[in-house]
Design a protein around this ligand. Structure first.
Ligand code: DOR
Ligand code: ZN
Length: 345
């Protein structure tokens, strides 16, 4: 049995680092495991200008623990009024790595999101021309659509026509949760990729209702049936360059999760690589972890691979019940469980 693995330094292609105190509390976990991360722009107010992205990048760098070697990659939050000239300028100056499409009201801090993608035609033409990736939260927001069907319906109603109308546009379908999404991405051209979170590889929807309501297992897109988990898992471990690591680590203070209307989001940053290693190990393909974690993402984005390596050891690690930083308390994914791999660094 393999007792340790060493791989090229990985990146996280989807993370929520937040701002202020929460940023200080969480950024070290991501910076410890990952060389770079695509930082989601759903702050209040959202990051929509080059200046706001540069300022946010500065706050992230300031919040890093001493000696950290970590590069935040900034993202522009799209609204109905997104300005193609501003966005192209941000991309060409190396400030924006991508744009994020949140359908309005799909999830946390998406109130300013896009009400109708047809309003973005000019911008999408620009992005297609300059090669700028569009990152998509792929759920319809129609309350008449069952919450467990919202990703599949988005693919049918929005993504399929989008790919047809913008055949060269680079698109990442973020945090995929369904067999439909895995199939769509696998069956599309090389310009379409997807990120996959630890939780969607590990839990199905039963985890949200396991002996009572479990707010810390709730995120969006919500975990689906077991057959979907298996399909997403198969895609992740397939070795296909279209699928890559994106934790969607999304911390909320304990009080905002354990509430009558709890926030969506799972804080998985502290043990992210442990989670993924466990999945690839269980599937008997630890040799494919490096591609998923460290190669497919940069190749999709057209960025260089990281130099240097990290090591994971087959050792038991018990996950704490709560991560604390000053007044901030966040429950991590796997709280109280024993992980079978340990990230050494
Ligand atoms: O569960 C989620 N939490 N899904 C998202 O799309 C947003 C995220 C957050 O920002 O909390
Ligand atoms: Zn997210």
């Amino acid at each position: 049995m393999t007792s340790q693995i060493t791989i090229r330094r990985p990146d996280d292609w989807h993370v929520h680092l937040r701002d202020g105190e929460m940023l200080e509390a969480v950024v070290g976990y991501t910076a410890r495991q990952f060389a770079r991360a695509i930082v989601m722009p759903n702050l209040t107010p959202p990051v929509i200008t080059v200046a706001a992205a540069e300022a946010y990048r500065g706050r992230i760098l300031d919040a890093l623990p001493a000696g950290a070697d970590f590069t935040p990659l900034m993202v522009c939050y799209l609204t109905d009024d997104a300005d193609p000239a501003e966005i192209a300028r941000g991309y060409e100056q190396g400030v924006f790595a991508a744009c994020k499409l949140y359908p309005a009201h799909a999830t946390t801090n998406s109130a300013h999101g896009v009400t109708d993608i047809r309003k973005l035609t000019g911008l999408l033409e620009t992005m297609q021309r300059i090669g700028m990736p569009l990152l998509i939260h792929g759920e319809v927001t129609d309350r008449d659509i069952d919450i467990f069907d919202r990703e599949a319906v988005f693919i049918e109603r929005v993504l399929t026509p989008l790919v047809r109308d913008f055949p060269a546009l680079k698109i990442v379908l973020e945090h995929i949760t369904t067999a439909e999404a895995a199939e769509f991405v696998a069956g599309s051209g090389p310009q379409i990729g997807a990120t996959i979170t630890p939780q969607h590889l590990i839990i199905n929807r039963n985890a949200i209702f396991d002996g009572g309501i479990r707010p810390h297992a709730y995120c969006l897109p919500v975990a689906k049936r077991e057959r979907h988990r298996l399909a997403v898992r198969k895609a992740a471990v397939s070795g296909s360059p279209k699928f890559f690591l994106g934790t969607d680590s999304a911390p909320h203070g304990i009080g905002r999760k354990e509430a009558a209307c709890g926030c969506a989001g799972i804080f998985n940053a502290p043990y992210a690589m442990e989670s993924y290693a466990q999945v690839f190990d269980e599937e008997g393909v630890l040799d494919r972890l490096e591609g998923f974690a460290s190669e497919h993402g940069p190749n999709f984005y057209g960025l260089p691979l990281n130099e240097g390596t990290v090591t994971l050891k087959r050792e038991d690690v018990t996950v704490e019940d709560v991560v604390t930083h000053g007044d901030i308390r966040v429950v991590p994914f796997h709280a109280g469980e024993t992980m079978r791999w340990r990230f050494v660094g």
